[in-house]
Design a protein around this ligand. Structure first.
Ligand code: ADP
Length: 257
């Protein structure tokens, strides 16, 4: 009797699971364009709850301030950090989804790159100082280029952020501008951990990180260089990477006018 019950039970379980999996397997036919739109919409919609959560935590901190235990304070700080990380990720995903769908607007215009670059580098002085990294610029007097200043700023931020992030304390980060008017280049060089040859073609892929655990600690998702690549492509440029483990990395972005 026991075996009969067992066999009936197994048969019912198999039947149930196969009918359940059949139901779950019915594919929804989405076109590629619909999938792109879905990702763009999802990223866009995620921004609102994230910013509400952030504001709510601000209110909790404000209203409870001193009454909070050190543990509660720590939890709130951690949550805010995670929300910040997720917001950046959602922002990056949105940028990539829009760029895939061809809906990122690039506002190309002529402007002097030199003062802009000086200003952008200034934003990194603080983080560089914290790690005792010497952040130096080698810039010409002036260089008029054609491009979208906001997007080029994003590109420089991604490269500088990585250069500082992947360079140990007391290292060096140099940013230069090669003013050859037909092929101007932005060069970001660091004395950091470097990138093995096998990883070099892959670091521009979405979500690719060389050392998953290490970069996770640094709060990165592996989307920065994928965005950088899209910005470079939109400017009809190209990136050359020279790097070796322990010898630092040099990213040269070349733009043909
Ligand atoms: P992340 O947000 O992880 O920095 P990126 O797309 O910007 O994502 O970079 C992808 C991976 O490439 C990084 O996780 C890191 O492993 C590697 N990488 C990028 N820039 C550098 C650099 N300057 N030095 C060493 N490794 C780097």
């Amino acid at each position: 009797v026991f075996f009969v019950i067992l066999i009936v039970f197994i048969l019912v379980a198999v039947k149930l699971s196969s009918s359940m999996s059949k139901k779950a397997m019915v594919p929804i036919q989405l076109t590629f364009k619909q999938q792109q739109q879905f990702l763009a919409d999802a990223s866009h919609e995620l921004r609102t709850p994230l910013s509400i959560m952030n504001t709510s935590l601000d209110v909790i901190e404000l209203e409870n301030g001193d009454a909070m235990t050190p543990y509660a304070k720590e939890v709130v700080t951690d949550m805010k950090e995670e929300i910040g990380r997720m917001s950046r990720m959602v922002q990056d995903l949105l940028m990539l989804a829009r760029s895939d769908a061809g809906s990122v607007e690039f506002e190309m215009r002529a402007f002097d790159m030199v003062p802009k670059l000086r200003q952008w580098v200034l934003a990194f002085e603080g983080v560089a100082q914290k790690k005792a990294i010497a952040l130096r610029t080698m810039l010409p007097e002036t260089l008029t280029v054609k491009g979208d200043p906001e997007r080029l700023k994003q590109l420089v931020y991604i490269l500088l952020d990585n250069a500082i992030k992947y360079t140990p304390e007391a290292g060096r980060v140099d940013i230069g501008l090669d003013p050859n008017p037909r092929q101007w280049r932005i060069i970001v060089r660091d004395s950091g951990i470097g990138i093995a040859e096998a990883d070099q073609p892959r670091i521009f892929d979405r979500f690719y990180r060389v050392e998953k655990h290490r970069s996770r600690e640094e709060g990165s998702a592996g989307l920065g260089l994928a965005i950088a690549k899209q910005i470079v492509i939109a400017h009809r440029g190209s990136v050359v990477l020279e790097s070796a483990p322990g010898k630092g990395s040099t990213f040269s972005v070349e733009f043909r006018v």
